[in-house]
Ligand binder design. Structure first.
Ligand code: SIN
Length: 289
């Protein structure tokens, strides 16, 4: 299957044109798509019509899938499909209403963080014909490469704590969250990861701390760690490292959870509906740079 790759003027992100993901991909096309994903870190396909089973089938070509810790937010009958939505049906939210409102990478708080996520846009809020609820992406390879040599040296060999519980109770737009159950807490203990990680497939260095879940750099006083994290967060999300995706219904977008971070833009509310479905690849071993 011949396809073309179109790049926006951003350090990451590319549109793949000429692929129908509802059809089984031949191995060569699939490998070329994987190569484009590695190179551009975020890739997307417009105008896709996929059933939940087809979403799963495409996702499984990329690897094994997670069952999200919040099963209450998954599509009924599909424990691998995490729903991100502001819609409430029969008095019950159909998914997570405030997922990803801060910069993060998916499952960075696990021993083996997710390799990537595959996000399908079923309903996109439109206000006066303009899409709302964009997603921002930041390239962690571009951010690392742009660091001064003195900062690269300072970060080398450092580890930081990533905490699901910290992220879970952070800024919310739908009121306070339900307490996590003891079982959910036991599945998500805090974990230490290298501040700079080597990408498991490309070998590139990626900054692996984020605003949402990283709480502390180890081996430093709290004040010093807070100051360094603050300095890093001010760097990571500079406009020159970003791509902002404006969604259309039928978009299928794949992001890399090692070389990128993302954040949802909550600039819409009911009656404008947003329904997105995410599958999440299982993890890769973390290697320090
Ligand atoms: C997520 O972080 O998985 C959700 C991103 C979004 O809703 O745009």
């Amino acid at each position: 299957m011949a396809f073309s790759v179109q790049r926006p003027s951003a350090p990451l992100g590319a549109e793949i044109k000429g692929v129908d993901l509802a059809q089984a991909l031949d191995e060569r096309t699939f490998q070329e798509i994987v190569a484009a994903w590695r190179e551009h870190e975020v890739i997307f396909f417009r105008d896709q019509t996929l059933t939940p089973d087809q979403h799963l089938a495409v996702s499984r070509r990329f690897g094994e899938l997670e069952h999200h810790v919040r099963q209450d937010c998954c599509r009924p009958g599909y424990p691998e499909i995490f729903v991100v939505s502001n819609v409430v049906e029969n008095g019950r939210p159909i998914g997570s209403r405030d997922a990803g409102l801060f910069w993060h990478s998916d499952l960075c708080y696990k021993e083996e963080p997710s390799r990537g996520s595959l996000f399908y846009a079923r309903e996109v809020p439109l206000e006066n014909g303009k899409p709302r609820g964009d997603t921002m992406f930041a390239s962690m390879t571009a951010a690392y490469d742009a660091l001064p040599a003195s900062m690269k040296k300072k970060l080398a060999g450092r580890f930081a704590i990533n905490s699901y519980v910290h992220g879970y109770y952070r800024d919310r737009n739908s009121g306070p969250r339900r307490q996590l159950t003891a079982e959910q807490m036991s599945k998500t203990p805090d974990v230490a990861h290298p501040v700079v990680r080597v990408h498991p497939d490309t070998g590139r260095k990626c900054l692996f701390v984020n605003e949402g879940y990283t709480t502390r750099i180890l081996g430093m006083e709290e004040k010093e760690s807070d100051a360094l994290l603050g300095e890093l967060f001010a760097h990571l999300y500079k406009p020159e490292f970003l791509y902002r995706h404006q969604w259309r219904v039928g978009d299928f977008l794949i992001w890399d959870n090692c070389s990128t971070q993302h954040r949802a833009v909550p600039d819409y509310a009911l009656p404008l509906r947003r329904v997105m479905e995410r599958t999440t690849l299982t993890g890769a071993a973390v290697t320090a740079a």
